[in-house]
Design a binder for this molecule. Sequence first.
Ligand code: ZN
Length: 257
Amino acid sequence: MRIARFVTDSDPVYGVVTGEPGEEIITQLTGDPFYQGIQESGQTHQLDDVRLVAPIIPRSKLVGVGKNYAAHAEEMGGGLPSSPLLFLMPNTAVVGPDEPVTLPSFSDQVSYEAEMAVVIGRICKDVPLERVPEVIFGYTVANDLTARDAQRSDNQWARAKGFDGSAPLGPWIETELDPEALRITGTHNGTTVQDGNTSQMIFGVAELVSYISQAMTLLPGDVILTGTPAGVGLLSDGDTFEAEIEGIGTLLNTFRA
Ligand code: ZN
């Protein structure tokens, strides 16, 4: 099931997206599916007639995972992590599909990173590997924008990874998906620059969720960005970037200085 968040002329509401590409329908939900389950209101729209927004704004946190694909760790230098390399982002980093992102004025080296995002569905702590599927709501597509110059100069990544607009998410959350072997691509101004597969992750989804939950309680709506394949590069004013994951969809954003 594809769960999206959208606006017509009022506040954002949730909906379920059905139908083939170009002919999708969105059926509005009553309430918040993270807390009230999936309850359809009966009201439907053509997907083209609504504006999608980020499918989730986490109430508590986004957790990022650095260097989780060997080929990307290699291009960044410094070897492979022996355990997941975690960082946090504020929820103000999140923007939605098709939303323009203003590149931060403190950086002239902002990179794209196409990533699979895991969306947590229930409060959990110390989750054993075999119970991870029970705590996952679904999966969406992310772009983990990174100010490389600030990442180098600051020693830690709060500013480099957490600036406003640094975490585009969307277009929706797919709730029925096996995340183990999905093609993940990044297309920069029409050219495919990243082409990997989630099977190449050093630490898989179950390991990541279990590991993170040993350190911090995860809440419904928390988002985990699972790392990017090789091929990262810098964005400029006027650029477009599409992150696409097999079985989920395509997240497109434009960038301006
Ligand atoms: Zn990343």
